[in-house]
Design a protein around this ligand. Structure first.
Ligand code: AMP
Length: 189
């Protein structure tokens, strides 16, 4: 089973991915974590990546797809993946689905976590107090939410048209949100 978890910055993708991984025994692949690891390595590529992240911009599609496919290849065989934070553009979704088809596999479901704008800003500002992330400050948060609306929201329509889409209310208690996600996953199994 291959899942995608999508949603605006601060929608709880990482937190819910951790729950999903444990229950369904999947491999968690967060492109944000992948990029931050490259940045922390101090490599030239990491410096280029950090320039995008700290401005709240997306990493170019080609670079992102290349890095993710390298990472997937290096992972041991599992029950499947949960992709967290990818695809962030329709071009990434198209390229990824083509690669999956060529490899004889598929995406089963995109889980779209829906959270109100003010709640997103509050969560990200709160996270910024302890995360040490260069992009958890008000200016960059505002930019990231704009980029999300413009570039990432259309990805939902792409998967909706494929019949592989579940919108999940991401407001409220963490376990209740997880319960809603499990219902959606269990319907496809
Ligand atoms: P995240 O941890 O998912 O909030 O991602 C943090 C930052 O990493 C984003 O604001 C982007 O700059 C970059 N990033 C993460 N995933 C992607 C992606 N799929 N495509 C392009 N940039 C990404």
């Amino acid at each position: 089973m291959n899942l995608i978890i999508c949603g605006a910055p601060g929608s709880g993708k990482g937190t819910q991915s951790d729950f999903i991984v444990k229950k369904y025994n999947l491999t968690h692949l967060s492109t944000g974590d992948l990029l931050r690891a490259e940045t922390a390595s101090g490599s030239e590529l990491g410096k280029t990546i950090n320039a995008y992240i700290s401005q709240g911009n997306l990493i170019p599609d080609d670079m992102m797809i290349e890095l993710l496919m390298q990472k997937i290849k290096s992972c041991p065989e599992t029950n499947g993946f949960i992709l967290d934070g990818f695809p962030r553009t329709v071009a990434q979704a198209e390229a990824f689905e083509q690669i999956m088809t060529r490899q004889g596999t598929r995406t089963d479901l995109l889980i779209d976590l829906k959270v109100e704008h003010d709640e997103l800003v509050n969560r990200l500002l709160k996270r910024g107090e302890t995360s040490g992330r260069s992009d958890d400050n008000l200016d960059t948060i505002t930019k990231r939410l704009e980029v999300y609306e413009e570039k990432t929201r259309p990805v939902s329509d792409f998967y909706r048209k494929l019949g592989k889409y579940a919108a999940i209310d991401g407001m409220g208690d963490l376990q209740e949100i997880f319960g809603r996600i499990c219902q959606a996953i269990d319907q496809i199994q």
